[in-house]
Design a protein around this ligand. Structure first.
Ligand code: PGA
Length: 257
């Protein structure tokens, strides 16, 4: 599935290792690099987001592979007395180039709200990182018919208005699809991604809004990647469980060959 045209964003397949992996897992990045040949590199960007202590060794393992490394969070401030937190500057200093912000697990575990996520995204972008801002409804919100309203509210509240398409990625991740093996129907994914695209054009201007990558995330696996990634306005995937093993992650990336 080659890129549709020069006027659509280049797809991105991103792996979110969450609180998994160890130094031994870095060999998976080496294996991913072996499968990421020139043809695939032309068609899709690859990113791996390991836990913070692995950022620097992961960036080292990825040298020469064209695989980008990203963090799973960064603080809204550039430095200071914030025990246990990590600044966007340090993330960049490890060799990482992107950061996931506002993942539903951060929103739940750490009570992160849209306004904080917007600040974090602003600082990350000012530092020179690409911000991957996550949005997505819960099961109760979808069952109540509020999925679109929730996603649009999160989007409006969490993205810096001055961001360009090169600085920002959106990930639509229905909370009920994360780690459950459940996925929305293709029609439901198409509906949400179109709403996000329409709002991005309003919030960032037509030109930038059209080129922001919108990833789908939530139980993306080798066996459903083709269907999910061929939906309109789906410009790649944010992959959790299936990103821990090079074979699964690369099978998903291969969709774009
Ligand atoms: P999953 O996680 O692929 O394991 O469902 C996706 C995510 O939370 O980013």
């Amino acid at each position: 599935m080659p890129p549709k045209s020069a006027t659509t964003p280049k797809p991105l397949v991103a792996g979110n290792w969450k609180m998994n992996g160890s130094r031994a897992s870095l060999q998976e990045i080496t294996l991913m690099g072996l499968g990421y040949d020139a043809d695939l590199r032309r068609n899709v960007d690859l990113l791996v987001c390991p836990p913070t202590p692995l950022l620097y060794p992961a960036a080292t393992a990825a040298l020469g592979t064209a695989i980008a490394i990203g963090a799973q969070d960064s603080h809204e401030k550039i430095s200071g007395a914030h025990t246990g937190d990590v600044s966007p500057n340090l993330v960049l200093d490890t060799g990482a180039t992107m950061v996931i912000l506002g993942h539903s697990e951060r929103r739940t575990d750490h009570g992160e709200k849209d306004s904080l996520i917007e600040q974090k995204a602003g600082s990350a972008i000012a530092t020179g990182l690409v911000a991957i801002v996550c949005v997505g409804e819960t099961r109760a919100e979808r069952e109540a018919g509020r999925a679109l309203a929730v996603v649009r509210r999160q989007l409006r509240g969490s993205i810096p208005r001055t961001a360009t398409a090169a600085q920002l990625v959106i990930a639509y991740e229905p909370v009920w699809a994360i780690g459950t093996g459940l996925t929305p129907t293709a029609n439901d994914v198409a509906e949400v991604h179109l709403a996000i695209r329409t709002d991005l054009k309003k919030l960032l201007g037509k030109q930038q809004g059209e080129m922001v990558r919108i990833l789908y995330g939530g139980s993306v696996k080798p066996n459903n990647a083709k269907e999910l990634l061929s939906i309109d306005n789906v410009n790649g995937a944010l992959v959790g469980g299936a990103s821990l093993k090079a074979a699964d992650f690369m099978a998903i990336a291969e969709t774009y060959r």
